[in-house]
Design a protein around this ligand. Structure first.
Ligand code: 9MR
Length: 417
């Protein structure tokens, strides 16, 4: 009989790690052992050679400026040939880098990462043309006293068009607008409320002073950015896809409200004839209870997007660890695997991108103060970890025509492979 009384007394003293469920993994099964002899890129080649997803499936990672980790240059070069088939610039294609002085564009840093990707046989995705963060200094402090009209009619259109045209026709996608929805969004908000509640530019004044005039009183700057991105791609004859990209949405973690705001944006843009091709679900998660979406809700979101006729993409996946116990490592591997499956087995998801290729290059150490992080597929020496092998197994399963595995991150109480 279960010790019900003892169980009820537990939550007060228990450490979060003791909630870590036991999980089963594809890599536990004999059929998926010995995978170290193959590479992710070779499995991607099978998937794409057989056109198992129709259009190509991209498995990508961020590419940092070479000055960030010069000691990893040879490793990076090798992984973008034998592991990833897609690259996205971690920082070098953002507005502050592309337009250092007003009207003076310098796309060299961005283009050089694009060229590195192309030389390695990788596709390249653009990130991003419009974001409140990492915008140029000349814009950040509004020393030039721009008006709402100048921003909406000249500054944003020029930046969006120049960058997309300048990077050329061979990119597969661009995050046109990034993170415009407020973390304080609640269910039922209008799109304007979802957006203007974000206490940051462009909703608040450029100088950061909330009492100054609000520069964008509604969500029309989003329409402006997408319309100009569309104009640019048409001009260069490109069929790249235009995305809205955000975090904490895309499922039941942790903000259903942000997900609903993104859907509101999507339907409103589409109904006003503004071109948008998909939603990027960033996917910064942790291996903690309720800190990542269930596989069912990740699928549900992909299906909702499909019903509207647009793509979903996993654009920035990492999963940090609360500790380095074996249970947490296994849980982390199962979360990576489940999120990958939710994209692989959805017909409208062809891009799956990791945010940072290895632990020593991860942004997580600078931002997450608890846990041990280690949120990528490769350790700080560049060696593949358990999640790497689980991801390789899920890709192999798909390449072999296997059925979708059950939701392993729910733990063995709900799913045993
Ligand atoms: O990884 C990026 C880090 O190097 C930058 O310092 C940071 C600045 O905000 O941006 C990081 O990338 C972010 C991405 O562009 C948008 N989504 C969240 C990512 C992690 O913060």
């Amino acid at each position: 009989m279960r010790p019900t009384i003892a169980f009820l007394a537990l939550p007060i003293v228990v450490h979060a790690a003791s909630f870590t469920p036991e999980v089963s993994l594809l890599t536990d099964l004999p059929h998926f052992q010995g995978l170290e002899k193959t590479t992710i890129r070779s499995v991607l080649n099978i998937i794409n050679g057989k056109k198992l997803k129709g259009t190509p499936f991209y498995f990508g990672s961020t590419l940092a400026d070479p000055s960030v980790a010069p000691q990893n240059a040879a490793w990076t070069s090798a992984r973008f040939k034998d592991t990833f088939n897609l690259a996205v610039a971690e920082n070098n294609c953002k507005w502050f880098s592309n337009e250092p002085a007003q009207g003076v564009f310098n796309l060299t840093a961005c283009a050089s990462l694009r060229d590195f990707a192309f030389q390695s046989g990788d596709a390249f995705r653009g990130h991003n043309t419009f974001w409140h963060s990492q915008r140029p200094d000349w814009l950040a402090n509004n020393t030039l006293n721009f008006t709402v009209e100048q921003l909406n009619k000249t500054i944003i259109p020029n930046a969006v068009q120049t960058v997309i045209e300048g990077l050329g026709p061979r990119l597969i996608s661009w995050d046109v607008v990034n993170e415009a929805i407020s973390d304080g969004a609640t269910l039922g908000m209008s799109l304007t409320e979802c957006v203007v509640n974000a206490s940051r530019w462009p909703n608040f004044a450029i100088d950061g002073n909330a009492s100054s005039p609000v520069l964008f009183p509604d969500s029309s700057f989003i329409n402006t950015a997408f319309l100009n991105a569309d104009k640019a791609r048409k001009k260069i004859g490109s069929d790249l896809l235009l995305f809205y990209n955000d975090y904490n949405g895309g499922g039941d973690f942790p903000s259903q409200a942000k997900t609903e705001c993104a859907f509101k944006m999507l339907t409103q843009l589409k109904s006003s004839g503004v071109p948008i091709d998909g939603i990027g679900i960033q996917s910064h998660y942790s291996a903690n209870p309720q800190a990542f979406p269930s596989k069912a809700s990740a699928h549900f979101t992909m299906d909702r997007l499909k019903n509207i006729g647009v793509m979903g993409a996993i654009t920035e996946l990492d999963v940090w660890l609360p500790d380095n116990s074996t249970e947490s490592l296994r849980w982390q591997a199962s979360i990576f695997g489940d999120i990958l499956d939710s994209c692989l087995f959805s017909s409208n998801c062809n891009e799956f991108t990791l945010w940072d290729p290895r632990d020593d290059e991860s942004w997580l150490d600078s931002i997450v103060s608890t846990g041990v992080h280690m949120g990528t597929l490769f350790d700080a020496s560049g060696n593949p970890k358990l999640p790497y092998f689980e991801v390789l197994a899920r890709l192999t399963n798909f390449a072999q025509g296997g059925a979708e595995p059950c939701a392993t991150s729910g733990g063995t109480s709900v799913c045993v492979l």
